[in-house]
Design a binder for this molecule. Structure first.
Ligand code: FAD
Length: 463
């Protein structure tokens, strides 16, 4: 794209967390921005749909955030939706283990890592040996935090690239029970992959952030509304109120000419501008280009195509009575690792439970009825109160490509800037050092917006 006569300053392709965070930041800074989203609704892998029978807005899967998701909170604040996030002031998780024993991990409001250590020492799920083992993670996590800050003198990587999470935990003396009750559910939730498969470095970084600088960094944060109302509609309203455009149901195609961007096809329209931000997932990048990827993006597209995905399955159950007394409960050691009571999270307009299986490759091959049966059995085994409850409706949501694989040997993740002038990448799969999460998507969205602001500064002096 060269010359004047741009239709927009920045064209953002993809309306998930990454695209909307980038577009909202650009719109706030006065750029004329358009978001093109292929699906009829915004949100991407974090979206809601209306259940045909109950009329409730149902999420494609429960999304859990943590207090350390700072860029996400910055985005929510920008679009006026910060009050739609319910954040624990400190980590407080109740679980029911495989033997049916119910315990609570509560971390007092002390300066990290004392809060976590105090919580683990008090956690009655653990015995003396497990509790002592926790202390062995303090030094590696401190080193990981220093590495992330880029402190001088920190040379030894806190985790090897070929090491799995389990190997790393064993190397640091974490007992079997500690791994089963704490680290495995946490790794599955944060990485969406079994700790036996996922590489350790990303987990260590995520853990270092959660054990960060304030007690609330490790607190669980839940969207208090369905994802559509949590961030997608507020982001759209913000972008439009700041002179931007959001078009849904438009599959964009990028036209290039050798090593030059030409324009973006948006249905019958041809859009052009000095910057295009591709906010699409790894599995949709190659097909974004009308005539195949330009040479400057060949290796990035090859790597994206070779990246494996990890699935998540969610079972939504409508029961004839309440069965849990808090918004969520951990079910470590089970296929469905967490259950959420959406009524307690969203309020009375909603009445279902969501049971989540992360790293769900083993069950996504099963039929819906088999998955529902498994989830119901596991719920009843964990909660006697669910034994007599009648299931009035049940649905399954499968997300086969929920996140990219973090297994050792996966292709390197690209950065925001590419060799194609004016073409930027964003998305959870960009090299933020974080797992495939909302925070990674928003961190990369803000990085892409920052780069786009630079590239369009000429027409906006002072902005
Ligand atoms: C079931 C499930 C549960 C999850 N749970 C958690 C969790 O608890 N915590 C957490 O932090 N993360 C969680 N995640 C991950 C999180 O949802 C993602 O990391 C995040 O939503 C990715 O956002 P994104 O903008 O990078 O990509 P996406 O959300 O995939 O957005 C990309 C968008 O680009 C669009 N697109 C693609 N091609 C084109 C095209 N040619 N033209 C126009 N548009 C196009 C797609 O339709 C899509 O809307 C979960 C994911 C799933 C699926």
């Amino acid at each position: 794209m060269t010359g004047d006569g741009w239709t927009h300053d920045v064209i953002v392709i993809g309306g998930g967390f990454a695209g909307l965070s980038a577009a909202s930041m650009l719109a706030e800074r006065g750029r004329k921005v358009v978001v093109l989203e292929a699906r009829p609704r915004l949100g991407g892998r974090a979206s809601s749909f209306r259940d045909g029978v109950t009329g409730e807005l149902v999420d494609n899967g429960q999304h859990v955030l943590f207090g350390c998701y700072r860029e996400t909170r910055r985005f929510l604040t920008r679009i006026g939706a910060a009050d739609r996030l319910r954040l624990q002031p400190q980590l407080d998780v109740t679980s029911v283990d495989q033997s049916g024993r119910r315990t609570r991990l509560f971390c007092p409001p002390l300066y990290p890592p004392l809060n976590l250590l105090a919580g683990l020492l008090e956690w009655d799920a653990l015995d003396f040996r497990d509790r002592c083992a926790c202390f062995r993670l303090v030094a590696p996590l401190r080193r990981a935090r220093r590495e992330m800050r880029g402190d001088a003198g920190v040379r030894a990587a806190s985790a090897g690239a070929d090491e799995t999470v389990t190997t790393w935990l064993v190397r640091h003396g974490q007992t079997r029970r500690l791994r089963e009750l704490l680290w495995e559910p946490l790794a599955l939730a944060a990485l969406n992959q079994s700790p036996d498969v996922a590489a350790a470095p990303t987990f260590v970084r995520a853990l270092a952030l959660m054990s960060g600088t304030s007690p609330s960094d490790s607190g669980v944060a839940l969207p208090a509304r369905p994802l559509e109302e949590f961030f997608a509609s507020p982001a759209r309203a913000f972008i439009e109120a700041h002179g931007g455009e959001v078009r849904t149901g438009v599959t964009a195609r990028v036209r290039t000419d050798g090593e030059q961007l030409r324009e973006v096809e948006a249905d019958a329209d041809l859009l052009c501008g000095p910057v295009v931000i591709a906010a699409v997932p790894w599995f949709a990048l190659t097909e974004l280009f009308r005539s195949g990827p330009p040479p400057a993006l060949g290796s990035i597209c090859d790597a994206a195509d070779a990246t494996d995905s990890s699935p998540i399955a969610t079972v939504n159950l409508w029961l004839d009575r309440p069965v849990i007394d808090g918004p969520f409960l951990g079910l470590p050691g089970r296929t469905m690792q967490w259950v959420f009571d959406k009524r307690l999270v969203f309020g009375d307009a909603t009445s279902h439970l969501s049971l989540v299986a992360s790293g769900a490759a083993a069950i996504t091959r099963l039929s819906n009825s088999a998955i529902i049966e498994l989830a119901t059995e596991e719920l009843r085994a964990a909660l006697p109160a669910a034994g007599d409850a009648v299931v009035t409706r049940a649905t399954v949501v499968r997300e086969p490509r929920a996140t990219f694989s973090l297994a050792p040997g996966q292709p390197a993740r690209p950065g925001v800037e590419t060799g194609l002038s004016g073409f930027l990448l964003t998305g959870d799969w960009i090299d933020t050092g974080l797992p495939g999460t909302i925070e990674s998507a928003v961190v990369s969205g803000h990085l892409a917006a920052g780069a786009a602001l630079e590239l369009t500064r000429l027409g906006h002096p002072g902005q």
